[in-house]
Design a protein around this ligand. Structure first.
Ligand SMILES: Cc1cc2nc3c(=O)[nH]c(=O)nc-3n(C[C@H](O)[C@H](O)[C@H](O)COP(=O)(O)O)c2cc1C
Length: 375
């Protein structure tokens, strides 16, 4: 077991993602990607309570996706191998996610990554939901129990990313859908491009994006999570960077140096982003929808975990998956869904899906482990 844990750490370090580095040599001509702003040196203990293995497990957990890349989690170390995963109220998206639904889905994804990483180094992560409502800060109690290590490929965690552009129109192959469905246990639905249901989702995704882009409070909240300059990217290590928004080349350089987050409030900018979203929504092989049985904290954590387990399978099948969430955030979208479906249908994710010719490398930033760990 010891050898395996050592191997886990070595593999993590070899991936280059944890080595010490500043990235400060980058000029204004290029922008920060994840590899330019690595985590602190996790071969050394982060604190008296957090040994290198625990640090590496939490680093992998933090690679989970989250709305606006707000990374709404914190981890409290209760004692060795006993942690609490919490929801940081400072990182809530109160305008687009007033009930913390998406924050809890993201925390579910974080918990899933944590469990997978722990499993590879010989710990079973036993999890118990302790929050009684979505507004409590302490969400999940985690106990790490020694067990036989498994061989889950951690590259799936370090290489997962949300891709937005370049989707091909091919229909999703049956065997790929079958593989993606497995973690969802009957709660994943695929609507191939051009079918009536897919057309309806496409239309609703665009329309609700437009509604949200024109809702000042929601747009202002987005502005707070946009990190356009390299200075902001390095300072916050979260949110939506120019690279993360897939604005590349000359355009990327221009945005980094001449556009301010507040410019996102301008009508011309809002129109541009609606037009781009409409273009993207029409690309790809259709839509995936994930539903849940209920809306409790446990249901949301469970959905987030299953969603993550599914998206971790996407890259090796050359599939890109992008949440398009505005449909589930805007009053108009929710009312339309309720009118067209039975109350028992509870959608948690609406996802565009499509094959890619070339899969890019992950670019979105993460806060170092020490920034979200509390003792
Ligand atoms: C609950 C949830 C909602 C999301 N909603 C959107 C969305 O509406 N549009 C989008 O482009 N990405 C969405 N994302 C993806 C995040 O923007 C992405 O995970 C984050 O920027 C980090 O990037 P990464 O997934 O490449 O690591 C969502 C992710 C989660 C977990």
């Amino acid at each position: 077991m010891k050898i395996n844990r050592r191997r886990f750490l070595k593999r993590t370090l070899a991936a280059g993602s944890l080595a010490v580095g500043t990235g400060s040599l980058l000029s204004a001509c290029s922008s920060f990607r994840r590899a330019d702003l690595p985590d602190q040196d996790l071969s050394k203990p982060i604190s008296a309570q957090l040994d290198p293995i625990s640090g590496a497990i939490l680093y992998h957990a933090s690679l989970a996706p989250s709305g606006h890349n707000a990374q709404p989690w914190f981890v409290r170390i209760v004692q060795k191998n006993e942690w609490v995963i919490g929801l940081d109220p400072q990182r809530r998206l109160s305008e687009v996610d007033p009930d913390n639904r998406e924050a809890l889905l993201s925390i579910g994804a974080f918990a899933e990554n944590l469990a997978l990483a722990a499993g590879t180094c010989g710990f079973q992560a036993e999890m118990r939901i302790i929050a009684e409502n979505p507004f409590q800060q302490d969400i999940i109690k985690v106990s790490l129990k020694p067990t036989r290590p498994n061989d889950y490929p951690l590259e799936r965690l370090t290489r997962r990313m949300t891709v937005k552009q370049g989707y091909l129109a091919d229909e999703i192959k049956k065997e790929d859908f079958r593989a993606l469905s497995e973690p969802l246990a009957g709660r994943l639905f695929y609507f191939p491009k051009g079918t009536e249901h897919a057309n309806c989702i496409e239309e609703g995704a665009i329309e609700n994006f437009r509604i949200q882009a024109n809702r000042d409070n929601a747009q202002q909240e987005l502005v707070r999570w946009v990190r356009l300059s390299n200075k902001d990217a390095e300072r916050y290590r979260d949110g939506l960077t120019v690279e993360g928004m897939e604005i590349r080349g000359f355009k990327g350089w221009f945005v980094r140096n001449f556009i301010k987050p507040q410019d996102f409030m301008k009508p011309s900018f809002r129109k541009q982003s609606v037009d781009l979203t409409a273009k993207l929504a029409q690309q790809g092989g259709g839509w995936l929808v994930i539903t849940s049985e209920g809306q409790t904290v446990a249901d949301l954590i469970d959905s987030g975990r299953r969603f993550e387990r599914m998206t971790l399978l996407a890259r090796e099948r050359k599939l890109a998956i992008q949440p398009m969430t505005q449909y589930l955030e805007e009053k108009e979208g929710l009312e339309q869904i309720a009118a067209d479906h039975a109350a028992s249908v509870i959608p948690q994710f609406i996802l565009r899906v499509g094959y890619l010719k070339n899969y890019p490398d992950p670019v979105s930033l993460r806060r170092p482990v020490s920034w979200f760990v509390r003792s």
